[in-house]
Design a protein around this ligand. Structure first.
Ligand SMILES: *[C@@H]1O[C@H](CO)[C@@H](O)[C@H](O)[C@H]1NC(C)=O
Ligand SMILES: *[C@@H]1O[C@H](CO)[C@@H](O)[C@H](O)[C@H]1NC(C)=O
Ligand SMILES: *[C@@H]1O[C@H](CO)[C@@H](O)[C@H](O)[C@H]1NC(C)=O
Length: 225
């Protein structure tokens, strides 16, 4: 370890566990990956934490208190846990949060998301369209990457014009419309930022909707015959 790197090892104590869990903190970043014994809840984080990496643990729930005092968070990575429940408001006060990964969990619905997110990843969950509010992403005007592949969504959710990459492969989407990506009533409308749409692995036959892609620079990846 470089001598001038401010390092520490903190015992992040979870109230209902007899032992404290070992996480490593490096100037604003907290690493609690594959912690043993099993970590089943978000540990108490040091004040001013900006980056939390808690991948591949056994966290099953996110409560509204977990991140309530840590408004400095910019990135949270909870990939590969067993999260099936997120209390409403768990992330909504994190006004600086830019990247959130909940990939490879057991979510059937999404919580409210904070406004400054640029990357949201919920690949490999159990999401259905009824668990994703119609307005879930609409107000995230800085969103660039939206990853919702390998879920059970029946429809394409609405997302803001800032989005560049949308992954929806391996869902259960059966149809789209002229308003899904473009504006059905405005053939001059262009959506220059949207450059990658993945729809492969869905039942929808994209060639049935020739007028649905007129605003895009490139056709979605998916089934055409
Ligand atoms: C499209 O992308 C550019 C470059 O990243 C960005 O400046 C612009 O704000 C984006 N457009 C929208 C509508 O968000
Ligand atoms: C996909 O959606 C259809 C209805 O559109 C439903 O009958 C089917 O069970 C769904 N498949 C999965 C794997 O959820
Ligand atoms: C097109 O449809 C949208 C949404 O339904 C509506 O807000 C808008 O005013 C319509 N534009 C025109 C030119 O009809």
């Amino acid at each position: 370890m470089a001598p001038n790197l401010q390092t520490c090892v903190v015992l992040c104590c979870v109230a209902d566990l007899p032992t404290c869990l070992l996480c490593v903190c490096l100037t604003g970043s907290v690493y609690c990956e594959e912690v043993s014994p099993d970590m089943t809840a978000v540990p108490t984080l040091p004040k001013e934490t900006a980056y939390l990496y808690a991948r591949y643990n056994k966290i099953n729930k996110i409560t509204a208190k977990d991140f309530a005092d840590i408004v400095t968070l910019r990135r949270i990575d909870l990939t590969g846990n067993v999260i099936s429940e997120i209390e409403d408001g768990a992330f909504s006060k994190l006004t600086l949060l830019e990247e959130l990964s909940l990939a490879e969990n057991r979510l059937v619905k999404l919580p409210m998301l904070p406004a400054k997110l640029t990357t949201f990843n919920a690949n490999y969950n159990l999401l259905r369209t009824k668990g994703v509010k119609a307005t879930a992403f609409k107000k995230l005007t800085k969103l660039v990457n939206l990853f919702l592949a390998n879920n059970q969504l029946e429809a394409v959710p609405q997302f803001p014009e800032s989005v560049r990459i949308v992954h929806l492969q391996n869902n259960n989407i059966t149809e789209i419309s002229a308003d899904t990506f473009c504006k059905g009533n405005d053939t001059y409308y262009l959506r220059p930022n949207l450059s990658e749409v993945r729809m492969d692995g869905n039942p929808v036959l994209l060639s049935k909707y020739p007028n649905s892609f007129t605003c895009l620079k490139s056709l979605p990846i998916g089934r055409y015959n």
